[in-house]
Write a protein that binds this ligand. Structure first.
Ligand code: IMP
Length: 448
């Protein structure tokens, strides 16, 4: 099976990094195809914790090629920071390849993300404020700066100049609006940089070009034609893993718009974001937690606001890898999961963090929604207002109180845990192949 796509089947943070890390053992190449440093993976290996935002999860294997594909948006400071961190930890990065066509998150994208969220006020999306949306917007506007531009000062300067001008104007207007709002709220307004008379030094063209040329020098050994690299591996019958970031319900087209990210985290996007054909994909796996979490705003039908939800936060350490935000928690939503199964045409599921459900029985899984008018909704509603007001109806399943952290085969799991997994697989219509029972790399159960 040459091409294996692994995607999040919920709202992100499902523990995809660990699953990719495990499956990478049988692959030669691991490719990220969308998103940016809004993602965050934690991998625990030999007691040491590694956190990545941009670098693919396979980097801990020295013999694997790790690719940041053309569909990813790359903040060069963050990438260089991760490269330095890995080197300090003694992990080689010689096999890291960066698409020359990937777009760069520039300082003004980060400023615009924060300014945009502030402007939205109560309607804000709760973005990670890493500049993801503004960078993808510039890509679509054909005002983007690409990795290859870092290698030519003249081109870089021309492109940054063209992109910068409308940003300066937008940021000036937003900053005036913010000051006005603060004043209305009786708050002391902070002085603008350089008293507001001079342009913001963070947006200085000359400084930005100089800095980015130096980033280019450092990244040059990694810059490559990564689509060709994928073709060569696939044509050679090697297994290539396409690692999704974020998740299905955060998809720009198919998620809970506008409370979504600005890329397409679904399996089909691996083709565009890596430069391969649909028939290069042999298998698609979805990763889902044994419960559900979401960060940022937006509908979340099974969200809990009670003690069980609090215990999920505590037992699951549900705080974001990227922003440290507390994640909203709730029961597993099988209506949403079945939607993810079909949308991604999943072949298999990996269920993570089953251990977190210990002591939370009876366990619940949402099997349908009810609209505010009382209609039964068996499938995920496409209409935003219906989803916002839908209430879940649950199936109750027996819980388990045993510590399952040492289970390594299905027979080690308590009967209630096995029944829970069987119920999920039956409802979703795909087998559960892998189950996470703790944070460490070896804390998994391969199902029969
Ligand atoms: P953005 O991707 O930073 O623009 O944020 C848009 C929405 O996606 C927000 O609700 C974020 O919290 C959410 N989001 C982005 N990346 C992740 C992730 O890796 N895990 C979970 N949520 C994410």
């Amino acid at each position: 099976m040459p091409g294996l796509v692994i995607v999040g089947a919920q709202w992100g943070d499902e523990g995809k990094g660990k699953i990719v890390d495990l499956l990478a053992a049988g692959a030669t190449t691991i490719v990220r195809f969308q998103g940016g440093n809004n993602a965050g993976h934690t991998i625990v290996r030999d007691g040491e914790e590694f956190k990545f935002h941009l670098i693919p999860s396979g980097i801990l294997y020295e013999d694997k090629t790790c690719v940041i594909g053309n569909g990813v948006v790359v903040d060069p400071r963050v990438l260089l920071g991760e490269i330095d961190g890995l080197r300090r930890a003694g992990v080689g990065v010689g096999n890291l390849r960066l698409s020359a066509n990937a777009h760069l998150i520039m300082p003004y994208h980060v400023l615009l993300d924060t300014a945009g969220e502030t402007k939205l006020g109560k309607l804000s999306i709760g973005t990670t404020r890493r500049g993801i949306g503004p960078c993808y917007a510039d890509k679509a506007l054909r005002l983007g700066i690409r990795v290859q531009d870092l290698l030519d000062e003249k081109i870089l300067r021309t492109k940054i100049r063209a992109a910068l001008e409308p940003k300066q104007q937008a940021l000036r207007e937003l900053s005036v609006l913010r000051r006005k709002r603060r004043k209305e709220a009786g708050e002391e307004a902070k002085p603008l940089p350089n008293g507001g008379e001079e342009p913001d030094p963070r947006l200085d063209l000359h400084g930005m070009v100089e800095e980015h040329i130096s980033f280019g020098h450092r990244l040059e050994p990694h810059i490559a034609d990564t689509a060709k690299l994928c073709w060569d591996a696939l044509d050679n019958d090697e297994t290539v893993i396409f690692e999704g970031a974020q998740a299905t319900l955060l998809d720009l087209d198919h998620g809970t718009y506008p409370f979504v990210t600005s890329s397409n985290p679904i399996a089909g996007a691996a083709t565009v974001g890596a430069g391969i054909g649909p028939t290069d994909i042999g298998e698609v796996w979805g990763v889902a937690k044994a419960y559900a979490t979401r960060v940022g705003a937006g509908p979340f039908p099974t969200e809990l606001h009670d003690e069980v939800g609090e215990r999920m936060v505590d037992q699951g350490h549900e705080f974001g890898t990227t922003t440290g935000r507390r994640r909203r928690c709730g029961w597993m939503d099988l209506v949403a999961l079945r939607y993810a199964v079909r949308l991604n045409r999943l072949d298999a599921l990996a269920i993570t963090k089953l251990d977190v459900l210990r002591g939370l029985g009876p366990l619940r899984v949402a099997v349908r929604y009810r609209s505010k008018e009382g209609a039964v909704l068996d499938s995920f509603p496409y209409h935003q207002s219906i989803l916002h007001s839908a209430t879940p109806e649950y199936e109750e399943l027996p819980g388990f109180d045993e510590d399952i952290g040492d289970c390594r085969k299905p027979a080690d799991l308590p009967q209630a845990a096995r029944d829970f997994l069987a119920y999920v697989a039956e409802f979703a219509g795909v087998p559960v192949k892998l189950v996470g029972v703790g944070p460490a790399r070896d804390q998994v159960v391969w199902m029969d």
